[in-house]
Design a protein around this ligand. Structure first.
Ligand code: ADP
Length: 656
């Protein structure tokens, strides 16, 4: 292939153009991050080379001194960032630079608000990576060669960030990637070495490769010749997690997080531990402040990186932590796996399994710390960790409100209750809910239990489509009257949650819309209430019979209620039937659901029921019963089967 034949101009994918425009508008006061992003990429490329070279030494091409070199040319007004990492083939350049191949990209653009500050955060979470070059450059060239390919397979890429790029095949002696940024007029400050060095210190001190720059020439002493400047290493170039905690500041941790988490914001909290026992490993894990835009996508992007003896092996979030902790970012480094470990081996490795369990417990421990909102002692963290001992002094400081964590990641923990049998009780304590006492999602089950009424041995909950529907459900009437707190559940996942979390602290969890309700042992007038109910039920028998006949096989049963004080009727399910909320969720998801018939409970104290008991005309009884039924459906936040028919019947009634 000749060089000219290989030359072509291509258009950026639409999303890239959009991202470039947005980025330039919303990150203009944050331009310096271009250097962090490019160094991050270079460091990832060095990581990949090092890993691949463990299997094939030829890839080193006689040069295993992995580093990043940064050069400034004040006259030409360019900054060059050169690495000797893995490099890219022509196909890789096309696929990586110029396209965004990420699920959720469309949704991401949909989330943007036009508000600069907010969008800057979102874009930060999305990750601008290589494209951030255009924050300071009006022309960018990238020359690269993939390790292992011959020198004729170099690739030259060039763009002014205006929607198109040029691609060419060139000769490149050395492997790796060189990026030249031609600075915009207003970006002159980045031609200053000191400025660049301070940015490198800020963001890249702890990436594990040297970042080199030309040092400042020493002024010549009298009579001596001027000494040429020497190349110096600007950053610390030691992996942060290998350093003692006592030497590290919050800022060090935060900056490393931004590198590894591809985030613009500081993390919410971190955990740094070296564990020794049967297996030896280090953890440096972070909780982000905000949920990434793709938290609910099937594959979310950046997670936890696995290192073996400081060598980056792979992004292996699911192997290192359970899926419900997918929001955690960071590094795990171990001596107990071979360098050539594959994903398949990892999934079957007992060492990995033990480390995953250990890491899971640490993360839960960190969350428990947040709950306490104060440093925790070693003994407390360690009490139920059996696989390893913590080495060195361990104190995790945090000044974060657990509610902030919960609002971002709470629903992930609910998945934990469902998926993680071994830690279910521990996770259950970390859950927070809205209840009839406090509807801001801050009530823990322990708090609920502590507030339970005299004689109450059950945790009551209701599931509904929304918080409003839950809060105003007629099922709550008797609970209000008796002053019994009810947990209000309104997330889709809550239906699954409650089917897995059936007990907490030896108290059963019970849906108040299921089964027969017996509150007779709770409250002061329990005995009298019970007797009164029995009498009323007897008196209401004729009404019950009428409604039952009118509704026919629309219902499983009609009975007198214990739950209502104000509403005429409500729907309940049998104890082990699917709840109507669950039925609705499954139907919306297009799943076939067995035909569940509800039970209609009627309130004999209600005027409408008393009127119904006296009715003679069968047509009227039919209409009336059908209205009662549809009203109860509506009160659940659902639609009656025949909404127009319902309206017609109501109107007929209003006219009378
Ligand atoms: P991200 O780093 O978040 O994946 P980027 O847009 O910065 O996004 O980069 C896209 C891809 O391009 C990277 O994942 C990597 O495969 C490739 N890439 C970028 N810079 C380099 C580099 N210096 N060396 C090798 N590959 C690179």
């Amino acid at each position: 292939m000749t060089a000219t034949a290989a030359k072509e101009t291509r258009a950026f994918q639409t999303e890239v153009k959009q991202l470039l425009d947005l980025m330039i508008h919303s990150l203009y006061s944050n331009k310096e991050i271009f250097l962090r992003e490019l160094i991050s990429n270079a460091s990832d490329a060095a990581d990949k080379l090092r890993f691949e070279a463990t299997k094939d030494d030829a890839l080193n091409e006689g040069d295993s001194d992995l580093h990043v070199y940064i050069d400034v040319d004040k006259e030409a007004r360019t900054i060059t960032i050169r690495d000797n990492g893995i490099g890219m083939s022509r196909d890789e350049v096309v696929n990586n630079i110029g396209t965004i191949a990420r699920s959720g990209t469309k949704e991401f653009f949909g989330q943007l608000t036009g508000d600069q500050e907010q969008d800057a955060h979102l874009i930060g979470q999305f990750g601008v990576g290589f494209y951030s070059s255009f924050l300071i450059a009006d022309k960018v060239t990238l020359t690269t060669r993939r390790a292992g390919l011959t020198k004729e397979h170099g690739v030259h890429w060039e763009s002014a960030g205006d929607g198109e790029y040029e691609l060419d095949t060139v000769e490149k002696e050395t492997r790796g990637t060189e990026i030249v940024l031609h600075l915009r007029e207003e970006a002159d400050e980045y031609l200053d070495d000191y400025r660049l060095k301070s940015i490198i210190h800020k963001y890249a001190d702890h990436i594990p490769f040297p970042i080199r720059m030309m040092g400042t020439p020493l002024p010549a002493a009298e009579g001596e010749e001027e000494k040429a400047a020497e190349i110096e290493t600007v950053n610390q170039a030691s992996a942060l997690w290998t350093r003692p905690k006592s030497e590290l500041s919050d800022e060090d941790y935060n900056n490393f997080y931004k590198h590894i988490g591809h985030d613009f914001e500081d993390p919410m909290a971190h955990l740094h531990q070296k564990l020794e026992g049967k297996y030896e490993y280090s953890l440096l894990l972070y909780l982000p402040k905000r949920a990434p835009f793709d938290l609910w996508q099937a594959e979310s992007k950046h997670g936890v990186k696995l290192y073996v003896r400081r060598v980056f092996i792979m992004e292996a979030s699911e192997e290192l932590l359970p899926r419900y902790l997918r929001f955690v970012r960071g590094v795990m480094d171990t001596n107990d796996l071979p360098l050539n470990v594959s994903r398949e081996i990892l999934q079957k490795s007992p060492a990995m399994d033990a480390m995953k369990k250990g890491a899971t417990k640490r993360v839960l421990g960190l969350l428990e710390d947040l709950v306490k909102n104060s440093p925790v002692t070693d003994a407390e963290i360690d009490s139920d960790v059996v696989d390893a001992e913590i080495v060195g002094e361990e104190k995790e400081e945090s000044s974060v409100d657990y509610a902030d964590f919960w609002s971002q990641f709470g629903n992930c923990l609910k998945e934990g209750v469902i998926e993680d049998d071994a830690n279910r009780d521990r996770i259950a304590k970390l859950l927070r809910f809205s209840t009839t006492t406090s509807d801001d999602q801050t009530v823990s089950l322990s708090e609920y239990v502590a507030r339970m009424q005299e004689g109450q041995d059950t945790i009551y909950f209701i599931t509904a489509e929304s918080l409003a529907a839950a809060k105003h459900s007629p099922h709550l009437e008797v609970f209000r009257k008796k002053g019994i707190e009810v947990v209000l559940l309104h997330d889709r996942i809550d239906e699954w949650l409650t089917s897995h979390l059936t007990e907490f602290d030896d108290k059963k969890l019970q849906s108040i819309a299921k089964g027969e309700l017996d509150l007779s042992s709770i409250g002061e007038n329990a005995e009298e209430d019970k007797k009164e109910h029995e009498e009323k039920a007897k008196a209401a028998e004729p009404a019950v019979e009428k409604v039952k006949e009118a509704l026919g096989d629309k219902v499983k049963d009609v009975r007198v209620t214990d739950r209502l004080t104000e509403s005429p009727a409500c729907l309940v399910s049998e104890q082990f039937d699917m709840s109507s909320n669950m039925e609705r969720i499954l139907k919306q998801a297009g799943q076939s659901v067995p035909d569940m018939k509800p039970i209609l409970e009627i309130n004999p104290d209600h005027e409408l029921i008393q009127r119904l008991a006296k009715m003679r005309s069968q047509d009227k009884i039919n209409d009336f019963s059908s209205i009662l039924f549809d009203q109860a459906v509506l009160a659940e936040g659902a639609l009656p089967e025949d909404p127009a028919g319902f309206v017609r019947k109501i109107n007929a009634l209003l006219k009378q």
